[in-house]
Write a protein that binds this ligand. Structure first.
Ligand code: FES
Length: 535
């Protein structure tokens, strides 16, 4: 009847507390669509939930992306509002929308309220990990631990530290795929349903304007996202997701680009795990637009956004409200970005470390490797009182990459051995081909590529080998001779594949390595799929 049909792609489900309110919010989106003269239809999509999915929610990001693309293609939909927020849902929804390339606006689920326990604010992941470490050291009682559990998740919404969810929704805004300010609104704030109505309103006009994701997601938009990622000391996972998102637009992002931008951008978000506050404070302090206003000289201000205005226009007149939560440039939390890229004989295709959440002393370090061949091996031995480990050891975890995990689980923050916890040690150099939760912290080198499962150098490390890191020099080396490495490689046997059938088998066959974004090789290209014939 001449009205644009708007698909509200909703990753709500009862098993994902981060999205628990999205069923209700969809009704607000619908109001906005009706008001603007469109016709809304709500369509459920795969509810990737970070805390319950095994072996890893990352295994399913590409499945969500494929589902979204095909839903938007096979249904009679003119434009889409994408509803998500829990870690993998933001990249999954956006990857699908980019490939289908019809008008789309992203509506972030919003962070939870601050956690609260014993008069202290608690941050998702970050504080629970710290308190759990103390519990392992015998310093926290059962009763106290139950209090932490009761106080950590006080409302719907996603993790309220600067974890992957807060990072990716912030980057969606920095790239221009949300309405201005949308990423910072807490899920429980009344601004949140108002933003849902605005998204419904706006998408109808976007259909008439034919404003599509690939019109917005230019190289400049991705550089804006990387710049903001550094200023918020965002999750290391963002690197993988941005590479994959850009790949869907036919844009190649080299890991070195992250490093180059990192050199120029100060950390301004004083948010855990790198800082002191939480996302609720970030919102009250002015939110992402206030942060971006401080680095406007480092951003491409002419980049287009979904509201039809440029990023620069959307930042006009915005300022910081609380200058401790969002730091002005002259009082930055750190002079340069939080994430750096390492290369060397242990990771020829790159590895990542979040230096803003690491121990400075360990960023220039050489120590003997202590190798765990997989997570089961780690669990079985890490608390053995006879483990041959000192605080100078380098913990190495193998078989945790895209194929090895499988799905590159967030195992990269290896636990500190109990023997060392009892001595007061709280951080060590840890290296793996795994990812790490954005809420985690510590001197953890992640995403070592190529991964051990396909015979990367990580697969050949043995106990006692010397490993050297020089974060300032961007180096990560295994100090073993070429001849010895060749001998080890000749004896190396590829581990068995985890899946022989189904989606898992497709994933193992077609997923790319971390430095290439872990997208499927048949989806990452800028290719056009023909529209289905209508009969
Ligand atoms: Fe959903 Fe952390 S569990 S964002």
């Amino acid at each position: 009847m001449g009205k644009p049909v708007i698909g509200i792609i909703n990753t709500w489900s009862e098993i994902n507390p981060c999205h628990y309110h999205l069923r209700e919010r969809a009704e607000f989106v619908k109001r906005g669509v009706w008001q603007a003269g469109g016709f809304p239809v709500e369509i459920p999509a795969m509810p990737i939930t970070e805390i319950y999915m095994r072996p890893s929610p990352m295994l399913y990001r590409n499945l969500l992306a494929m589902e979204v693309e095909e839903l938007l293609r096979c249904m009679p939909i003119d434009g889409a509002v994408l509803m998500g927020g829990c870690d993998k849902t933001t990249p999954g929804l956006l990857m699908g929308a980019i490939s289908m390339n019809i008008p789309a606006v992203y509506f972030p689920a919003g962070p939870m309220l601050r956690g609260n326990w014993n008069g202290k604010f608690l941050g998702s992941g970050t504080d629970v990990r710290k308190i759990f470490t103390e519990r392992c050291a015998g310093n926290v009682s059962d009763e106290e631990w139950l209090g932490v559990e009761d106080g950590i998740a006080r409302s719907p919404g996603f993790c309220m530290t600067m974890g992957t969810a807060s990072t990716m929704t912030a980057l969606a805004e920095a790239m221009g795929m949300t309405l201005p300010g949308a990423s910072s609104i807490p899920a429980a704030d009344s601004n949140h349903p108002r933003m849902a109505i605005s998204c419904g309103n706006r998408i109808v006009d976007m259909v008439w304007e034919d404003l599509k994701p690939q019109d917005i997601l230019t190289r400049e938009a991705f550089e804006n996202a990387i710049t903001v990622d550094m200023a918020i000391a965002g999750s290391t996972n963002a690197i993988i997701h941005l590479v994959a998102l850009a790949g869907r637009c036919g844009i190649k992002l080299d890991l070195e680009l992250f490093d180059q931008i990192s050199h120029k951008v100060p950390v301004l978000a004083n948010i855990r795990p790198s800082g002191a506050y939480l996302m609720e404070d970030f919102f009250y302090a002015g939110g992402l637009r206030a942060l971006m206003s401080q680095i406007s000289d480092l951003l491409h201000l002419k980049a287009k956004t979904v509201n039809g205005h440029t990023l620069g226009e959307n930042l006009a007149g915005v300022g910081i409200i609380n200058k401790d939560v969002i730091r002005p440039r002259e009082n930055a939390l750190a002079a340069t970005g939080g994430t750096v890229i390492l290369r060397g004989s242990l990771a020829p295709d790159g590895a990542v470390i979040k230096i803003s959440a690491a121990t400075p002393r360990l960023l220039q370090h050489t120590g003997p490797a202590l190798v765990f061949k997989d997570y089961n091996d780690l669990e079985a031995r890490i608390n053995d009182p006879n483990l041959p480990v000192t605080e100078d050891s380098v913990l190495v975890l193998q078989s945790a990459g895209p194929l090895g995990g499988p799905g590159m689980p967030e195992w990269g923050m290896l636990p500190i051995p109990k023997k060392l916890l009892d001595q007061g040690v709280r951080d060590m150099l840890r290296i793996s081909d795994a990812r790490m939760s954005g809420t985690a912290y510590g001197t953890c080198v992640l995403h070592a590529s190529p991964e051990s499962h396909i015979g990367g150098p990580l697969a050949l490390v043995q106990d006692g080998d010397k490993i050297s890191i020089d974060a300032a020099g961007r180096k990560l080396d295994l100090l073993v001779s070429d001849a010895e490495m060749a001998a080890r490689r000749a004896n190396w046997k590829k581990p068995a594949a985890s899946y022989g059938r189904g989606y898992g088998a497709l994933y193992l066959e077609r997923v790319t390595q971390a430095n290439l974004g872990c997208d499927f090789d048949f989806l990452g290209e800028h290719m056009v799929t023909a529209e289905p014939e209508i009969h």
